[in-house]
Design a protein around this ligand. Structure first.
Ligand code: GLP
Length: 242
């Protein structure tokens, strides 16, 4: 794993943008695997600014997102489809039909997982952007998820519900389940770019980099990926033996 330690959130976002924009410049039809959460917001702001100033084209880019809450759709400002539209897609001129997110409102969730898996098989990510949960989850693959899992419905861990409650009016409003790419779908990406900032991620980052490769800390599977870059700020890197 290649590790880039940056001073703070802003420089983490600069380094992430350098990696991602190089992929888009080299391949204007790239497939980008994208993540939600507060961590990639700085990266998305830089992509938007670059599109505005330098007219970098996303017309041929396709995207696949990691996950979505069950029961939430584009009309809900807590849904990930809404998050992606507001924080990235509408600012970079990407055709809506080129963007893909599992449908949290699908009547048949199992069928939706099958559909999304088939889509991912056809659209291998040139790069997959990831954040990390404080319990070491990636996407919504909670501790204990088999490494071989593909897109599936997941019941969220109590710690994830608590972590994400800050984004909802009340903790009771946080959906209890989600659709998520599995670890196998994430490992299928040609390249992985994982970002982490803040002291509350330090333990998870230590497990990601130095811990045993274990299903108890899902991100540790990335130690087995042939082309994974971690961009981490000093606070999140503070427990690493360096
Ligand atoms: C959520 C998302 C993950 C994200 C994680 C960290 O649960 N499903 O994809 O990486 O939380 O979020 P944040 O970046 O807000 O810390």
């Amino acid at each position: 794993m290649k590790i880039i330690v940056t001073k703070d959130y802003e420089s983490m976002s600069d380094a992430a943008f350098a990696v991602l924009s190089a992929v888009v410049k080299a391949k204007p039809t790239a497939v980008l695997g994208l993540a939600t959460g507060t961590t990639p917001l700085g990266l998305y702001a830089r992509m938007a600014e670059d599109h505005r100033k330098n007219h970098t084209s996303y017309a041929g880019v396709r995207t696949v997102n990691l996950d979505e809450y069950v029961g939430l759709g584009p009309e809900s400002d807590q849904s990930y489809v809404y998050f992606m539209r507001e924080n990235l897609f509408k600012h970079i001129g990407i055709p809506q039909e080129n963007t893909n997110i599992a449908n949290g409102k699908a009547a048949d969730l199992e069928a939706e997982c099958t559909r999304y898996n088939a889509l991912l098989a056809a659209l291998q990510q040139d790069i997959q952007v990831l954040g990390i949960g404080s319990n070491g989850h990636i996407a919504f693959n909670e501790p204990g998820t088999p490494f071989g899992a593909e897109t599936h419905v997941v019941r969220l861990a109590e710690s994830t519900i608590r972590d994400n409650a800050r984004l909802f009016a009340r903790e009771e409003d946080v959906p209890r389940s989600a659709l998520t790419m599995g670890l196998k779908n994430i490992m299928h990406a040609r390249r992985v770019l994982i970002l982490a900032n803040g002291a509350n991620k330090a333990k998870a980052v230590k497990g990601l980099v130095e811990g045993p490769v274990t299903e108890q800390l899902p991100a540790s599977v990335l130690q087995l990926h042939p082309d994974c870059t971690l961009v981490v700020d000093e606070a999140a890197a503070s427990l690493l033996a360096r």
